[in-house]
Design a protein around this ligand. Structure first.
Ligand SMILES: [Zn+2]
Length: 139
């Protein structure tokens, strides 16, 4: 089976489909998904990435820190073929539907050397990211 990107789907170990589905419904392999995510960011377009906070499990004291240790978090794309280490993470509590929910703000350097900012709310990993005007300079 060939995908719309022209490649075969990835080998899966019993989980996952081996491909990602784009907004237009076409299927791309995980590597093309990474390439497309990077191009989207290089064009400065907002992108939905995922915030992995599993590092917090080993550091329960960090859970309610206003500025938890950034290295406990990873920003990734859906298949995990793109991973970025955040430079800063801020936590606060949101309130909705009669109960509190966690909100994380995440800053990281994009492939375009801009600082990006993402927001994750609730018990999910969805991270809505957009480029900031700030750029990093290489010494
Ligand atoms: Zn492909």
């Amino acid at each position: 089976m060939k995908l719309e990107c022209g490649h075969e789907p990835a080998e899966t170990r019993g989980v996952g489909t081996g491909h990602a589905v784009k907004q237009d419904g076409s299927r791309v392999c995980y590597q093309c998904c990474r390439d497309e995510d990077l191009s989207q960011m290089n064009r400065g377009e907002p992108i939905t990435l995922y915030l992995n906070a599993s590092g917090l499990r080993g550091a329960p004291m960090e859970r309610r820190n206003k500025w938890p240790t950034a290295s406990l978090f990873t920003v990734k794309n859906w298949p995990g073929t793109l991973t970025i280490a955040p430079t800063a993470v801020r936590y606060h509590e949101g309130w909705g539907f009669g109960r509190p929910y966690p909100v994380y703000h995440v800053w990281f350097i994009g492939p375009d050397d801009h600082v990006w900012w993402g927001r994750n709310a609730g018990d999910n990993e969805v991270l809505h990211c957009r480029r900031t005007r700030e750029r990093v300079t290489h010494a």
